[in-house]
Structures are given as C-alpha cells and as structure tokens.
Design a protein around this ligand. Structure first.
Ligand code: NAP
Ligand code: HSE
Length: 425
C-alpha cells in the first residue's frame, strides 16, 4: 500500500485528538483511505511542552509547508494569521488542505477556495462547524437539489454546556466555563464562545453553503450569553421555556437574515432538549422539508472524527488523481437584510414603581409601537417596587427599540434587567 504523509499545523486539543484517533483506528483508516496515513510532523508554538502524542514537533512552518513528502496539511492551530498564510502556502505548494478553523473561513473562504482551484488542490472543512456532526458534507452534497429556506441551530458546545448546567443544576457561570475549558470545548480565548462570536462564524459558513451566496462573519448580528442570569432562567421556566444560544439563518424576500443570540424556546421545541456539549442543526428546504442533525459539537475526538474523514477523502482523491468538491457553490449574491427588520417576540424583565397607572403606561409604550403582549408575570418587590416580566407578540426589531426607548425614559422605571428574544413554535 502507498503512503500519504500529513503535516499537522497545531497539536492542541484537536491535533491531539487526530493523533489519538489515528493511533486507535489507524488500520481501519488506512484500509478505507487505501494508503498508509502517517503524521510526519506537527507545528507547535512551544517545542518544550510535554505531550502525550508520539509525533515529531517543530516550531518552523517550513518543516511542513516546504516538505515535498507532506501531501496533506491539516490546519488545527486556529486564528486568522498566520493560519491564512500557511493554508495559502500549502495550497500553492500543491498540498491538499483540511481545516477546522471557522475564524479563517468566515472571513477568507472565497480567497482560499480560489487559490485551491487555481492550484488544483482540495480544501475540506467538516471540523469547522458543529464538531463531529457531518453538516458540511450534507450542505455541500446532499441538499444541493433544494432551495434551503432556513438553518436554525445550537452550534456552540461551550455555551450550551454552560446554559445546561445553569438551568439544570443552578450552577455558577464562571465555574462551568472553567470546566468547559478543562474539557477542551472552549476556544483559546473563551470570549469567542460566550460572546457568541464562534457561533456567528459557524453560521456565516452554514448560511454561505445553504443559500449559495457569500455571507461573512461581520454580516451576522451577534449577542452572547454573558448577560443571562439565574433569574432569567427561572422566569423562562415559569413561562414554560428554556434559554439557548441560537444561530438562525433565513432566506427572506428582503435578503438573508443571519443572527446569533440567546432565545427563550418552548420546552417542547426540538432544540430545547439539546443539552450539554451537544449541537443540533435544523434545516428546512423546499423539497426536503425538515431535517435535523444532532451530535457532539466540540471536543478532541468528535472534531478529530470530522477532520480525519476529510483527510481520508483528500487521500483517496490524491491517489485517484482527482479533486473533490470544487468551490463554495455560490450561484447568487443575495443582500443581507437590515437587522431593524428582523422579527421576533421579546422577553423584557424590569423593575418599576408599584403604583397605579404604571402598568397602563408600560402597555401604552408598547401599544404606540404597535406591539401587544403574549404573557405577563408581576411580582412585588421591596421598597414599593414590582418586578415585571413581559413577553411580546412578534414584532420588528425597530418596533421593539421604539417601545424600549419610551420605557427607558419613563420616570417610574427603576431598572431594565434584561431583554431576550423569544422563539415561538
Ligand atoms: P488549541 O488546543 O489551543 O491548540 C492549538 C495548537 O496550535 C497548539 O498545539 C499550539 O501550539 C498551536 N499553535 C497555535 N498558534 C500557533 C502558531 N502561531 N504557530 C505555531 N503553532 C501554533 O486549539 P484547539 O482547541 O485544538 O483548536 C484548533 C482549531 O480547531 C481552532 O481553529 C478551533 O476553532 C477549531 N476547533 C476546535 C474544537 C474544539 O472542540 N476544541 C472543535 C472544532 C474546531 P502549543 O501546543 O505549543 O501551544
Ligand atoms: N469552542 C467551540 C464550541 C468548539 O464550544 O463549540 C467547537 O467548534
């Protein structure tokens, strides 16, 4: 059997997972790839670090990028630079590239795919979105006969792990985040997870593939989970809902809607039961109808499963002298819809003076913006105050912002604790 050498750019959580799965399942992988796959070297930052993997390490990228015996480069280091330059150099050096780097693809996919095509090389990226779930292969191959109209998902494992522990065990945000980092789920800067940026990058990639139009990370409206408190989780429970960080992409008449934010979901919604580090992606297409994918969204082995399936495909293609899927599949350029026109229901929790006409005034502020209420909870609080949690019927962001500015200016308002979007059935 012929051999195929891989160079790993990065030997951290995912790189280590790739080495571990190769060590465990190597014989099967080689049979399926129809060649012996060997890791020739791994690029790292710190050569002196103690590592469990039996892989030669280097701090010199040329040891991999300029090595003619390396046919496949797996970029598992993260970040935009120098990852972008290394990926482009690998493609120009006629190597196939596999990457799990959503930061890179959510900004530079067009350039990378163009250089791959110019050099006749494969670029695969199943590990970049939703860990071990094969959603990229489905988007790039299985759904191509459809007009995909929406993609809704939980696509960040760290935040789902944190929200699950806060909801089910009443645990503290910071302690659970630390645990998620220890488990290898979080990004090197976990702000990318908890601020929603990681999910936004993944959504840009999914929306690009789903709607066959370029969608970049800056196009995505983003809010993270750092403002979610145990009180909001408790109110959500009273309203028969759970709070999840959702990624939503929709193709509408006015353009593509792409947003990541926490949302109150009905307890019976299929995404409400997605717990811990699990991810789920729910796709709607005109021919397909509805389809849902579920699996582990982060961690060494699930991501290695995705990365190695790409490596096997790239190895098969090289041996057959062919290229795999070409391009990003863009066949249109749709506008991005302005955020003010996005529609949602909203939850708002506030403290006001517990006096006559206060609730009537609040109702008036919302009525002036043409918004009606779906649910209301009011609780007495000390100091002559009342805490109110309201859920509105669906309205545009611009309508909600109009009502909110009236509430903010109201003399009987003590505090707005939070506003969170609400997803209905
Ligand atoms: P990680 O644990 O921080 O590992 C990064 C690796 O890259 C380390 O080996 C590090 O070297 C090396 N590295 C970083 N910057 C480098 C540089 N400038 N030059 C040379 N080497 C460098 O990260 P990870 O969690 O494995 O994530 C890797 C990629 O996979 C990221 O794009 C991430 O978004 C993506 N991803 C991660 C997961 C997950 O669950 N963790 C899931 C899906 C996708 P040292 O070892 O010397 O520090
Ligand atoms: N930090 C990411 C997450 C890793 O928690 O989902 C997987 O992309």
């Amino acid at each position: 059997m012929s051999s195929m050498n891989i160079g790993l750019l990065g030997l951290g959580t995912v790189g280590g997972g790739v080495a571990a799965v190769l060590a465990k399942n190597g014989a099967d992988i080689n049979r399926r790839a129809e060649c012996d796959i060997r890791v020739k070297a791994a690029l790292v930052l710190d050569e002196t670090k103690k590592r469990a993997e039996n892989v030669p390490v280097t701090t010199n990228p040329a040891d991999i990028l300029a090595d003619k015996d390396v046919q496949i480069v797996a970029e598992l280091m993260g970040g935009v630079e120098p990852a972008r330059s290394y990926v482009l150099e690998a493609l120009r050096s006629k190597k196939s590239v596999v990457t799990a780097n959503k930061d890179l693809l959510a900004l530079h996919a067009e350039e990378i795919f163009r250089v791959a095509a110019e050099n006749g090389q494969d670029i695969y990226f199943e590990g970049a979105v939703a860990g071990g779930i094969p959603i990229i292969a489905a988007m790039r191959a299985s759904f191509t006969a459809n007009d995909i109209t929406s993609v809704t998902g939980i696509i960040n494992g760290t935040t789902n792990y944190i929200l699950t522990a806060m909801t089910e065990q009443g645990r503290d945000f910071a302690a659970v985040l630390h645990e998620a980092q220890e488990l290898g789920y979080a990004e090197s800067d976990p702000a990318a997870d908890v601020e929603g940026l990681d999910a936004a990058r993944k959504l840009a990639i999914l929306a690009t593939l789903a709607f066959h139009t370029p969608v970049l990370f800056p196009d995505v409206y983003v809010e993270g989970i750092t403002g979610i408190t145990s009180a909001d989780i408790e109110y959500a429970r009273e309203l028969g809902r759970v709070i999840k960080l959702l990624a939503i992409a929709r193709k509408t008449e006015e353009g593509v809607e792409v947003r990541v934010h926490p949302a109150l979901l009905p307890e019976r919604h299929p995404l409400a039961t997605v717990r811990d580090v699990f991810n789920a992606v729910y796709v709607e297409g005109d021919a397909l109808g509805e389809s849902m994918f579920y699996g582990r969204g982060a961690g060494a082995l699930p991501t290695a499963s995705a990365v190695l399936s790409d490596v096997i495909q790239a190895a098969r293609n090289r041996n057959a002298g062919v290229q795999g899927r070409q391009g990003l599949g863009h066949d249109r350029r749709l506008p991005i819809k302005p955020v003010r026109d996005y529609r949602s229901s909203f939850y708002i929790r506030l403290k006001v003076k517990d006096e006559p006409r206060v609730f009537a005034s609040l109702a008036l502020f919302f009525a002036e913006a043409d918004i009606s209420f779906a649910s209301i909870i009011q609780k007495p609080r000390s100091g002559g105050n009342a805490e109110i949690a309201l859920v509105t019927h669906p309205c545009r962001e611009s309508q909600f912002e109009q009502a909110l500015s009236s509430v903010r200016a109201y003399s009987k308002l003590e505090k707005i604790y939070n506003t969170i979007r609400v997803l209905n059935d």
